[in-house]
Design a protein around this ligand. Structure first.
Ligand code: COA
Length: 144
């Protein structure tokens, strides 16, 4: 695979990030029984923008990841890959890189995923273990 480039998000990326949410995570949230408005998606895109990176392959923007780095633990808060680029190993490569960085920094790596989201399988495959499951959300920690 070509090298995935990771660039810090800027305020002008919020429109793209909101549209990306509508193309990717919106349906999963809806399937879980919550229908977020455009404004609610925009707020989630804007929140902790300083922790957000835009992912690209060559000249194509392929998605985003938001990692909140606190003392002692990091949390992958959002990860979205453009539909046409899903299933090609990009999510795997990006999460593995964060796992390596978290390990090197000696911090826990956490995330939460909707129970019905197929991404749960991906995280289990990458060595995340279930900490707790409540209200349709599975909280996980990387054991890798
Ligand atoms: C989940 C996601 C980030 C994975 O990135 P990716 O580059 O597609 O992943 P990879 O190609 O490395 O791995 C494929 C795995 O991702 C998961 N996946 C694939 N398409 C998916 C989709 N549309 N939605 C959720 N998960 C998906 C599956 O677990 C798949 O493996 P499997 O079918 O063999 O179990 C990406 O599919 C996506 O953006 N999905 C929609 C948004 C989302 O659900 N984000 C995660 C929120 S916690």
């Amino acid at each position: 695979m070509q090298q995935i480039k990771v660039l810090g998000a800027r305020p002008h990326d919020v429109d793209y990030l909101t549209q990306l949410r509508l193309r990717t995570i919106h349906q999963h949230i809806r399937n879980a029984g919550t229908d977020l408005s455009y404004e609610e998606h925009e707020l989630r895109a804007r929140t902790r923008l300083e922790c957000c990176s835009i992912l690209s392959l060559g000249d194509r923007t392929v998605g985003m990841i938001k990692v909140v780095r606190a003392a002692g633990s990091w949390t992958i808060e959002q990860l979205q890959i453009e539909p046409e680029f899903q299933g090609r190993g990009i999510g795997t490569a990006v999460v593995r890189q964060i796992q390596r960085e978290a390990r090197a920094s000696g911090v826990k790596l956490l995330l939460g995923v909707l129970k019905a989201n197929p991404a749960l399988r991906l995280y289990k495959r990458l060595g995340f273990e279930v900490l707790v499951e409540a209200n349709g959300i599975v909280e996980m920690q990387s054991a890798a």
